[in-house]
Design a protein around this ligand. Structure first.
Ligand SMILES: [Zn+2]
Ligand SMILES: [Zn+2]
Length: 140
């Protein structure tokens, strides 16, 4: 399978373009056609449903492409699943990697964007954060 432009845009990473057993489609499709429900995933990762309007938007934000044009991107089944409904929130704090305290919340869309834009740090929406890390402006 040829690579997808979504995967190329998010750069590097460990996810290889291809098929995914959880996605029935076997081909790369326009990102705008990703319209599966993500509500279970949003609830599981404690993401405010009002901040993510669609599966395509979830993929954009999760990929760190906060303001990219959806219509210009294509996505393969593997990137679609692994950064979308199949993405794992993690059990530890994504900001201080504290294994002592359980996450008390998760990174919001605005926080993910803020960390990326001002701290040059990518933390996927829905990643765990401890109470001590809830003010992301203090994160280095
Ligand atoms: Zn891909
Ligand atoms: Zn923390």
């Amino acid at each position: 399978m040829s690579s997808c432009s979504f995967g190329e845009s998010i750069g590097g990473g460990s996810i290889i373009c291809g098929t995914n057993i959880k996605i029935s489609s076997l081909v790369t499709i326009p990102l705008s056609e990703c319209t599966k429900s993500v509500s279970t995933h949003l609830s599981y990762c404690h993401i405010n449903h009002e901040t993510i309007a669609s599966e395509a938007e979830l993929l954009l934000v999760r990929g760190g492409l906060y303001s990219s044009d959806i219509s210009s991107l294509t996505v393969c089944p593997n990137h679609r699943h692994k950064l979308g409904n199949g993405w794992s929130c993690g059990k530890t704090c994504s900001l201080c990697s504290s294994k002592k305290s359980m996450p008390k919340g998760t990174i919001t869309k605005d926080q993910s964007k803020y960390l990326f834009m001002t701290k040059d740090r990518y933390v996927g929406i829905g990643s765990g954060k401890t109470f001590e890390c809830s003010d992301v402006s203090l994160i280095h």
